[in-house]
Design a protein around this ligand. Structure first.
Ligand SMILES: [Zn+2]
Length: 373
C-alpha cells in the first residue's frame, strides 16, 4: 500500500502515481469532491512524493524534506487558504504583514494542525476570502527558482473562496507557461471558480469514502472504539472529517429520538407526531434535520441487517430492533431507505421541512403496513 496517510481514493492515487512516475504531471490540477474526502490530504501527499529525497514516489516520512512537509514548513510547498485582511493592508503587502500578532499565531497554529492531520479543517477567525495578496505572493515566488531541485507545489485549499481579484491574479499566473510550479486547487464547489481557471486545470474527481474505510482509520488512529467508529462512519456520508466531528458529539440521545420518531410514526395518533415534526422544523438548521433523517435511516438499516442475522450499529437498541423485525418481517427496505434518501435531498434542496417530514412519515408507515397485509 502506497500513500497511506490518504484514506481510500485508490483510483485517484493510481492515476496520480502513473503521471508522477512517467513524468507527465500537468501544470495545474483541480481536485474536486465532497468535504472531508481527502482532497487536501492527497495534494499534500503528492507534494511529499515529489519532494521526498528517497526518490521512489512513496514518501519515507523521515528525510529532511518529508519532515519539513509534515509541519507544512517546506520552502517549495505552499498552502494557500482564506486569511483575514489586515488593517491598512495595501496592494502587494505580504499576506501576513498587516495582521496582528495573535492573528498570525492563530494562523500558524492552524498550519501546524493541518500538518499533523491533513483532514483538519483550517479555520481562522474573520477569514472568508483567499486574498489577492496571497496569490501575488505566490506569483512573486513562482518566478524564482526552487530551493531544491524539484518543482514548487502550490496548494490552494477551497479555491472557490478566491474573490474576483485573486481569481484574476491566479489566472495570469496559470497563463504564464514557463513556470515550474505545480498548482493544485481543491474545491467542493468547482462551479464557483472562473470557467477560465477551470479550463486551465485538469480536474480530478474524488469519491465519497466507504464506511469501512472511514471506520478503519478512526480505529487505527485510536480516535474511536470499533462500535463508535462504525456508527459515525455510517452517518458521515463518505466524509472522514464529518465522521471525526460526529465523534465529538453525544449521539446516544439523538439516536434515541430517532427511534422515538419511528414509534410515533407507526402509532395511531397523529398529534404527537405532528408536535415532534413541528419541534424538528423549528430548529431552523437543515443539517440537523438531515442528520436526524440519517439516524432514522441508520435504524432501519439495523433492522434490515438484524433480519439477515448481521451485526447492528445501534447496539443499545437491539431490543426494539428485534421487536420490529419480529412484527414486520417482510419490510421492503429498498423502498424505505430510498424514501429516506429522497427526503434528505429535499431538505438539502430547501424543501419545506414540515411538509417533507409529514409526507415521509405517511409514506414509510404505509410501506411498512403494506407488507403485513
Ligand atoms: Zn522522504
Amino acid at each position: 500500500m502506497i500513500w497511506q496517510s490518504v484514506i481510500g481514493q485508490e483510483r485517484v492515487k493510481a492515476q496520480l502515481l502513473v503521471l508522477l512516475k512517467t513524468g507527465r504531471l500537468a501544470h495545474a490540477y483541480l481536485f474536486q469532491g465532497d468535504d472531508g474526502v481527502g482532497k487536501d490530504a492527497m495534494a499534500i501527499q503528492l507534494a511529499a512524493a515529489i519532494h521526498c529525497r528517497k526518490g521512489d514516489f512513496d514518501p519515507c516520512g523521515k528525510c529532511p524534506s518529508c519532515l519539513k512537509l509534515a509541519g507544512l514548513q517546506h520552502p517549495d510547498v505552499h498552502l494557500v487558504f482564506s486569511l483575514p485582511v489586515g488593517k491598512d493592508e495595501g496592494k502587494g503587502d505580504h499576506p501576513l504583514e498587516k495582521l496582528s500578532g495573535p492573528e498570525v499565531d492563530a494562523i500558524r497554529e492552524q498550519i501546524r494542525l493541518k500538518g499533523v492531520n491533513p483532514y483538519h479543517r483550517i479555520s481562522v477567525p474573520r477569514a472568508t476570502v483567499i486574498k489577492v495578496n496571497s496569490i501575488r505572493d505566490i506569483r512573486r515566488e513562482s518566478v524564482m527558482s526552487t530551493m531544491g531541485s524539484n518543482r514548487r507545489v502550490v496548494i490552494i485549499s477551497r479555491a472557490d473562496e478566491m474573490n474576483e481579484q485573486s481569481s484574476n491574479a491566479l489566472l495570469k499566473t496559470l497563463e504564464e507557461p514557463a513556470t515550474e510550479t505545480l498548482f493544485i486547487l481543491t474545491s467542493m464547489f468547482p462551479e464557483r471558480l472562473l470557467p477560465t481557471i477551470r479550463s486551465r486545470c485538469h480536474s480530478v474527481q474524488f469519491d465519497p469514502l466507504g464506511p469501512a474505510e472511514i471506520a478503519g482509520r478512526l480505529v487505527s488512529d485510536g480516535l474511536a472504539n470499533e462500535t463508535d467508529a462504525r456508527l459515525v462512519a455510517h452517518l458521515a456520508m463518505g466524509s472522514f472529517r464529518r465522521a471525526s466531528e460526529l465523534l465529538g458529539e453525544d449521539m446516544a440521545e439523538e439516536r434515541q429520538q430517532a427511534l422515538e420518531f419511528v414509534r410515533l410514526m407507526m402509532g395511531n395518533s397523529f398529534s404527537p407526531l405532528m408536535k415532534r415534526i413541528d419541534e424538528l422544523s423549528a430548529q431552523k438548521d437543515r443539517e440537523l434535520v438531515v442528520r436526524f433523517l440519517n439516524l432514522i435511516a441508520l435504524w432501519f438499516r439495523d433492522t434490515l441487517v438484524h433480519s439477515k442475522g448481521g451485526e447492528i450499529l445501534n447496539v443499545d437498541q437491539s431490543e426494539s430492533i428485534k421487536r420490529f423485525v419480529d412484527r414486520f418481517p417482510a419490510v421492503n427496505y429498498p423502498d424505505i431507505l430510498g424514501r429516506l434518501d429522497g427526503a434528505v435531498s429535499l431538505v438539502r434542496r430547501n424543501g419545506y421541512i414540515p411538509l417533507v417530514l409529514v409526507r415521509l412519515s405517511i409514506e414509510l408507515k404505509r410501506s411498512i403496513l403494506l407488507t403485513t397485509a
